[in-house]
Write a protein that binds this ligand. Structure first.
Ligand code: NA7
Length: 433
């Protein structure tokens, strides 16, 4: 054990003690710990989603979840493998698994957009240049809406000719990475602009995948950037391999898992390994898997099961002295997580310092301030094209999860400014006792 750090502790309950204004945490081995403040750094994408498919326990082979990958890796050599899910995790693992496996069945429910990562070895001069520029790069990151240092074109896609538009898409495609959707300023607000990017990517898929039936099935028909844009190394090329087949489980859904594979409609997909690449109960999942109880025993799990809400993604009314890092209602997953996490941690640390200096023992979000912030988060989130696609941003990937826009889509600078101004005037919208 390192001083101040306890490993292998799974926190099962966090209960606020009204009398002492402290949190009492219980971990799975029965240890109890008491603390004035509790900072939940539990992650936005850390609670794996196991979709309710019958028969996991009947399967005679190996089941792996992409979110719980074996630390020592897994050797797929000679195996027949099925991957369920084609989000970022599926799209990134499929080309790697295909290289080893005897046969790979990709079970796709919704086709997804992906752009090349264009990963490459970095030469020494590039590394030296990047490192020398670090402080300036970090400052530039903080100044962009997505916290990414890159080229953001503010021009409207439809204000330029089709040739110019496609030339810009092509440049972005060759550069690689998610700033493909920064090719024009209105890709995420204007349907025609978004459609133009969709057509470009469809052409790329059809130009890459030789079997046009498979290519068509791989062409997504929703908004590009509605779900988080995937970044891949040879994903579409993988479908040209003779050992890879695409199984459309939208047309013919999975019936159940059985001892020797997966029954899709009436077709048995016989496999030795099932890779479950079905993502996460995003943003709220990790917090709701802990039994968190605030003032008067109020349960966060119960409150959020009908309507998640938070003040700035940092604190919740009824849960004094409990902070969340990149919680729901903060830009978090819509940004580069590093500047976002840094901001959250620094804000919380400054707040605790402020309380110490001013002899406060309790801080709690005001319900009205929380309500106003949450309404703003919904208004901004629901106004863009991101709200037009079923995605984990909206909780749409989890059965029964309330459909609200979970991250704040107003950009990192506006959010930082809001948080700073609240702190500067003595933590407006919080009760300090
Ligand atoms: P994602 O992006 O949530 O993708 C999950 C995939 O699993 C997606 O293709 C889903 O299809 C599919 N899925 C989910 N449930 C089912 C069921 N019941 N049956 C079949 N297919 C299913 O998770 P990832 O782990 O790939 O990525 C999460 C984030 O991590 C990513 O955005 C990056 O930020 C890093 P659907 O689209 O719902 O039809």
């Amino acid at each position: 054990m390192l001083e101040g750090i306890e490993f292998n502790r799974k926190v099962e309950a966090a209960v606020f003690d009204d009398r002492s204004s402290a949190w009492v945490l219980t971990s799975s081995n029965g240890d109890v710990l008491t603390a004035r403040f509790c900072v939940m750094a539990t992650g936005c994408l850390s609670a794996p989603n196991w979709p309710p498919i019958d028969g996991y326990e009947d399967f005679g082979g190996e089941i792996l979840h992409t979110a719980l990958w074996p630390h020592d890796g897994f050797d797929f050599t000679g195996k027949r493998v099925a991957v369920i899910g084609t989000g970022s995790s599926g799209i990134q693992s499929i080309p790697q698994i295909a290289k080893q496996a005897d046969h790979l069945s990709v079970l796709q429910r919704t086709a997804n957009y992906s752009v090349p990562a264009q990963n490459r070895p970095l030469d020494d001069a590039y590394v030296a240049r990047a490192k020398a520029d670090y402080p300036a790069m970090r400052a530039r990151q903080k100044a962009t809406a997505s916290g990414i240092d890159g080229r953001f074109n503010t021009e409207s896609a439809m204000s330029v000719s089709e040739r110019e538009r496609n030339a810009e898409f092509e440049r972005r495609w060759q550069e690689g990475g998610i700033l493909f959707t920064a090719a024009f300023g209105d890709l995420m607000t204007d349907h025609a602009a978004n459609d133009a990017a969709v057509a470009f990517v469809h052409d790329k898929i059809r130009g890459t995948v030789k079997n046009q039936n498979v290519a068509n099935a791989l062409c997504p028909n929703n908004i590009i950037g509605g779900k988080r844009l995937c970044v891949d190394i040879g994903y579409f090329e993988t479908f040209n391999r003779p050992n890879v087949e695409l199984v459309d489980i939208r047309k013919t859904p999975i019936k159940h898992i059985n001892s020797s594979g997966i029954l899709v409609g009436d077709q048995q997909v016989g496999v030795d390994v099932i890779v479950v690449a079905t993502g996460f109960d995003a943003m709220t999942g990790a917090l709701m898997r802990i039994d968190i109880r605030g003032k008067n025993g109020a349960s966060l799990r119960e409150l959020w099961s009908t309507a998640p809400s938070s003040y700035l993604g940092i604190a919740m009314s009824g849960f004094p002295n409990l902070f969340t890092v990149t919680g729901p209602g903060s830009p978090s997953v819509l940004t580069n997580m590093i500047p976002s996490i840094e901001h959250g941690v620094e804000w919380i640390a400054d707040c605790i310092e402020h309380m110490r200096t001013h002899n406060h023992t309790e801080i709690e979000a005001d319900q009205d301030a929380q309500h106003a912030w949450w309404n703003h988060v919904q208004e901004v989130g629901m106004s863009g094209l991101k709200s037009k696609t079923d995605s984990w941003y909206l909780g749409a990937n989890i059965q029964g999860k309330p459909r609200v826009f979970l991250p704040y889509n107003g950009g990192l600078p506006a959010y930082r400014e809001k948080c700073e101004s609240i702190a500067a005037i003595g933590y407006a919208g919080f009760f300090l006792r």
